[in-house]
Design a protein around this ligand. Structure first.
Ligand code: CDP
Ligand code: MG
Length: 693
């Protein structure tokens, strides 16, 4: 690897070299981290976006929608909401909203802005993500939130009346929620011309976004007004700092990209001048593995490597771990942050000089024909690759794929999530907001009719929609009220009649976090043994219940967790989410009840929600091959499941991941007669011979 790295030029001084966290003067509003407030002010003024402050405020004043494009790190997310506040957009109890597609970005950005303003997070500046609300009804003036949470707020307040300006940030990501949000905000603006929108992003097709916001209907609606804002969106491009980034490609495709990343990082560390390294990998598993390998390598490698501080970055990290990533690198050390594509555009790490890119990310793909939604490790687009390289911001990134691959095989742009996802959640949200004609909805990117039909079919079978495709009462409305995937929500609702709501709510909480196990490369055997202590013959869902019970019995002890390879932080999160779900369950009229040891009730409730994911073991198969009932797709039980190699005849899976095969993650066994009970319409007309009547 070493030959790809040439000695580079001197790195420009980092801000913290001059203004590091040493408090020289006790400024009147110094913040908790010890930063001098005056120096933060200076830092703010150095950001590229600062020169545009007046223009931005003018455009927002005079235009209904303003599209702002500027490279990552130029200050869009942290500064624009502050400018708006300074200009009075939050006066009179109004609130400025800024949405992000990612939860972790919401938290990180909100805490940065609170720090810059010298206020306590959760007061004047707050954030809301699913299951976590750190805002104050009376005090919060700038609110960061995920676009999904803003959509949920529309259920209570369809015109989002408390917001004066809504900044839809990272619009280029084109997450489903962003797309729905853009469509709905356009509608809202027709009713609330005083609402201002900012659509911001690093790389966005500004023209097509402008065209989307400037259609004839809207002009008719607003042009009669003398003093209303201009309806044609304004476009502003923030010129960046323009550092030269040198790019080095691998000379040939690498067989094991984690190993290749480890050796690349080590050779940068051994041969290049100081400066932090940002590495792009795909997901938590990969990242934990790489962190472990690198830490070991650094220890074995003796003196020059001892200065490495290796840190992971993915959503679901504890606040303390997040803070480590964002805090300044100690003098004489080199930080290596190994991240998912979260650091691609939404977060900026000061001090990164080198970027090492695997060229892959985890992406969701949905095939409406097989009705399987897959999480796949897939090559990123050229746009993403450029973006990642740009995160060096200063000099010399490295990449781990060949140039030929880049030129020939990567697609230019990513595909909007809307066009590669299962649309069940999307449809139910729109229905709950009273949008009945979903196919006729004004989408920034139209979803495929097949995917839409599949979603309608599933929702009908779940009992959420009636024959006229309207939300059923009360089931449909109750399910829409629970902020989870409709299949999980249905499982929760079904547990009410089955008398196992306490258990099912625990399961739902576990399923909504990434994993409750400590990932353990090199200690796989110990992890498997630990799992065996909790393993239930029924499957993973029941195993979760055993872990949860053990955790409670230990008095929620972190020692107990470590001993059992259980992730303590994840379990705390489970308890938190569980509490919130219990509150929601009570609000929609459920009775909280435990079924004690009646696991049949639990399995039936899972079936009631996830009947569409039922699979049968192929009779002739010794390799553990299953076929989905729905579309006869070949699938296998994931090695991480307690049912791996047990292979019960009938199973239901929670999700699918693809590597060499399609693997079912989180699997539970069932009695096939429950399927007809749970969803007669769904299975009656399909595969009539595969289910015993
Ligand atoms: O949104 P955009 O990518 O344009 O930039 P930003 O997120 O507003 O970040 C502006 C600057 O704030 C970055 O260049 C970082 O120097 C700094 N920043 C930071 O130091 N720590 C954070 N947690 C967030 C931002
Ligand atoms: Mg940003």
């Amino acid at each position: 690897m070493a030959q790809f790295w040439k000695p580079g030029t001197e790195r420009p001084p980092l801000l913290d070299d001059e203004e590091g966290g040493i408090l020289l003067y006790s400024a009147s509003r110094s913040s908790s981290s010890g930063y001098n407030h005056v120096s933060i002010e200076k830092q703010r003024q150095r950001l590229p976006v600062f020169r545009y402050r007046t223009s931005i405020l003018y455009l927002v004043e005079t235009h209904a929608a303003t599209i702002i494009v500027g490279e990552t790190g130029s200050g869009k997310t942290t500064q624009i909401p502050q400018y708006l506040k300074e200009a009075g957009w939050a006066d009179g109890g109004r609130v400025i909203a800024c949405t992000q597609p990612r939860r972790l970005a919401v938290q990180a950005v909100a805490s940065r802005v609170a720090e810059e303003m010298g206020v306590k997070l959760g007061e004047e500046v707050g954030y809301t993500i699913r299951f976590e609300d750190l805002t104050n009804r009376d005090l919060t003036r700038i609110k960061f939130l995920t676009d999904g949470v803003l959509l949920r707020e529309m259920m209570e307040d369809p015109l989002l009346t408390k917001y004066s300006v809504i900044m839809v940030d990272e619009a280029h990501e084109r997450s489903i929620s962003t797309d729905i949000l853009l469509g709905l905000l356009k509608k809202i603006q027709r009713r609330r011309p005083e609402l201002r929108l900012i659509i911001s992003s690093a790389t966005i097709e500004a023209k097509s976004m402008a065209a989307f916001f400037h259609n004839s209907k809207k002009r008719r609606g607003l042009e009669g007004e003398q003093r209303g804002p201009k309806t044609e969106p304004a476009i502003l491009s923030v010129e960046g700092r323009g550092f030269n980034v040198q790019v080095f490609y691998a000379e040939e495709p690498v067989p094991d990209y984690i190993q290749a990343i480890v050796s690349t990082v080590m050779s940068i560390h051994d041969q290049e001048p100081m400066g932090d390294i940002l590495v792009f990998l795909t997901g938590q598993d990969d990242i934990d593995t790489a962190v472990q390998l690198l830490t070991e390598e650094a220890q074995n490698n003796g003196k020059p490597s001892s200065g490495l501080v290796v840190l992971p970055l993915y959503s679901g990290l504890s606040r303390a771990d997040q803070d480590l990533v964002f805090s300044p690198t100690p003098r004489g050390k080199r930080k290596v942050v190994i991240s998912t594509n979260i650091a691609e555009t939404s977060l900026t790490l000061e001090g990164v000089v080198y970027v090492v890119d695997s060229g892959f990310s985890k992406q969701r793909f949905y095939n409406p024909i097989s009705d399987i939604e897959n999480l796949v490790v897939a090559p990123i687009s050229k746009a993403s690759a450029r973006q990642r390289a740009g995160r060096a911001g200063r000099v010399r990134p490295g990449k781990l794929y060949t140039e030929e691959h880049f030129v020939k095989e990567m697609s230019a742009e990513g595909i909007p999530e809307m066009q590669r996802s299962n649309l069940v959640s999307c449809v139910i949200q729109l229905k709950a907001l009273g949008i009945d004609n979903i196919l006729g909805f004004d989408w920034p990117a139209s979803p495929s009719p097949e995917a839409m039909i599949r979603a309608l079919e599933v929702l009908y079978s779940l009992g959420v929609l009636d024959d006229d495709a309207k939300l059923t009462s009360p089931t449909g409305f109750q399910i829409a009220e629970i902020p989870l995937d409709p299949m999980i929500s249905k499982m929760i609702l079904a547990s009410n009649q089955l008398g196992c709501s306490e258990e099912i709510i625990t399961i739902a909480a576990v399923l909504s976090i990434q994993s409750i196990w400590i990932s353990a490369r090199g200690q796989q055997k110990q992890l498997d043994e630990a799992k065996l202590r909790f393993a239930a013959a029924e499957g993973d869902h029941v195993t979760f219940l055993n872990v949860y019970k053990g955790f409670l019995q230990s008095g929620k002890s972190s020692k107990w967790c470590n001993k059992n390879f259980v992730n303590y932080h994840a379990m705390r999160k489970v308890i938190e989410i569980r509490e919130q779900l219990r509150r929601i369950a009570l609000r929609i009229g459920m009775v909280l009840k435990s079924c004690e040891s009646d696991m049949q009730a639990v399995r039936k409730a899972v079936t009631a929600g996830f009947f569409a994911n039922a699979c049968r073991l192929e009779a002739f198969s010794h390799s553990g091959m299953y076929k989905t009932l729905r579309s006869s797709q070949e699938v296998y039980i994931h090695p991480s499941s307690v049912l791996f190699r047990v292979n019960p005849k009938w199973v239901i899976y929670h999700s699918i991941v693809s590597t060499d095969r399609q693997y079912m993650r989180n699997v539970i066994s069932l009695d096939p007669s429950w399927l007809l009970e749970a969803a007669p319409h769904f299975y009656q007309h399909q595969q009539p011979n595969s289910i015993p009547h």
